[in-house]
Structure formats: structure tokens, C-alpha cells
Design a binder for this molecule. Structure first.
Ligand code: PGA
Length: 248
């Protein structure tokens, strides 16, 4: 059995006044720890204080992006090592907002994922098709090509998680049907099983894109969905815990 992961991606949201939400999630985390791993990925500015808020609990912290190198002359960037130092145990890489806003391609995403793993952290690698690709029947092909380009060789079930996030479902309130999610997650599972023999069958594949308390149970029940990557609904403890409740 693969233990699911529900991870919250705060994106560019949150200042010190929002740390109470993390404390409230942390307080509830131990009660769910047997069945589900829980993580919040706050902005880098909050990571250290958020880690203090969650210390001693089962709630894990993650970063949202990192530079592929460990240190150096890269103004404004942070490395996986720095995120680890601030309390992260994981880093999201290749989110579609990074791919779109910063022109990040598969090769860079793969280098970032390698850096995350080299820092002994969990790499959460995001993939997902655009609406145009979905409507033209190219969704599985697009996602498979992103997997081929973005996943580092030699990854294991304990250092790599894939998050499938259809771009058109992010922040829109729209979600694919359970059948479409099942078909995509099966395609991802098949790719992982052949690319990472002995590990791919155990790697977690998260679904992300407009997950909320009202649809979490249905989405999390789909075959090969091993948790969620949650944006907007992770900003309040009530909504985030409402999603985690899908695993009760
Ligand atoms: P959303 O974002 O839950 O707000 O749709 C998901 C994500 O981008 O990770």
C-alpha cells in the first residue's frame, strides 16, 4: 500500500499573520499520521517560522521551487540545501506556473529535481496538459513527454512524487472527470513502472487542480491517485483539513 500525501501549495500567498493556519493544521496532523502524510509548502519567506509552528508534529514543510545549483551568484534564487536548512523536507519543481511564468522547460525541471534529491529531499515534480492539448486529444502524449523530460534517472519511491495538474483545472474550479483522472494516472503509473523498475509501482502520483473539501473524496478514491496537491484550498486550515478528511 502506498501511503497518500496531501500537500498544500501556498504559492505567492501568506505573511507572518497566516502562520496560525499552519499551526492549526500541525495540531491536527498527528491524528491523521497513520493514514496520510501531510505537508504545506509556504513561500520561502515563511518556511523557517512555519517549520517552528509545525515542529514536533507530523506536518512536513516543503519549498515551491529551487535553483539547480547548491550555491553561487544567482540573485533572488534559493537552493534545495537552503530550503532544507529552513525546514523543508520536499520541494515542488516544474509547477505549471513556473513553466509558464518563467519559461521553465523539462530539462531545467529535471536539473532541479536532481538537486532536490541530492539535498536528500523529496522532489514533487509537476506535469499537466493545457486545455488546448486536452481538447485536441493530446493530453496523455503531452504528460508522458513531460515525464520523460523532467524525471531524473534513478529516482525512487522515497525521493520522487509526481503531481498531475491539468493546467486548465488550476485555480479555475474545474476538474477532470473521475474517468479522465483514472486514465491519466494509469498512463503515468505505466510510465513510472517502466522507467523505474521496482520503484515506479510505489511512487506516489498526486492529483492537483481545484481540489476542495467537496470533491476530494471522489478524486482521492480514483485508482492510482495517491493524494493531492492543493493550491487555494490549502490557505485555510478548515479547507485543507476538509480535504485530508477524504482519508478518514
Ligand atoms: P488550485 O491549485 O488547488 O488552487 O487549483 C493547485 C496547484 O496549482 O497546485
Amino acid at each position: 500500500m502506498v501511503k497518500p500525501l496531501v500537500a498544500g501549495n501556498w504559492k505567492m500567498n501568506g505573511t507572518a499573520e497566516n502562520l496560525g493556519e499552519i499551526a492549526a493544521i500541525a495540531e491536527a496532523a498527528d491524528g491523521h499520521a497513520d493514514v496520510v502524510d501531510m505537508m504545506i509548502c509556504p513561500p520561502a519567506t515563511l518556511l523557517r517560522n512555519a517549520s517552528y509552528s509545525a515542529s514536533g508534529t507530523a506536518l512536513k514543510m516543503g519549498g515551491q521551487d529551487c535553483h539547480p545549483e547548491v550555491s553561487g551568484a544567482h540573485t533572488g534564487d534559493v537552493s534545495a540545501k537552503m530550503l532544507a536548512d529552513a525546514g523543508a523536507s520536499a520541494v515542488i519543481v516544474g509547477h505549471s506556473e513556473r513553466r509558464a511564468d518563467h519559461g521553465e522547460g523539462d530539462e531545467l525541471v529535471r536539473a532541479k529535481a536532481k538537486a532536490v534529491i541530492a539535498a536528500n529531499l523529496l522532489a514533487i515534480v509537476c506535469v499537466g496538459e493545457t486545455l488546448e492539448e486536452r481538447e485536441s486529444g493530446q493530453a496523455v502524449e503531452r504528460v508522458t513527454s513531460q515525464l520523460k523530460g523532467s524525471l531524473p534517472e534513478g529516482a525512487t519511491a522515497s525521493n520522487l512524487v509526481v503531481a498531475y495538474e491539468p493546467v486548465w483545472a488550476i485555480g479555475t474550479g474545474k476538474t477532470p472527470t473521475a474517468d479522465d483522472v483514472a486514465a491519466m494516472h494509469l498512463a503515468i503509473r505505466e510510465h513510472l513502472s517502466s522507467a523505474f523498475p521496482g520503484e515506479g509501482s510505489q511512487m506516489r502520483i498526486l492529483y492537483g487542480g481545484s481540489v476542495k473539501p467537496s470533491n476530494a473524496a471522489e478524486l482521492m478514491a480514483v485508482d492510482n491517485v495517491n493524494g493531492a496537491l492543493v493550491g487555494g484550498a490549502s490557505l485555510t486550515s478548515a479547507d485543507f483539513l476538509g480535504i485530508v478528511a477524504a482519508y478518514e
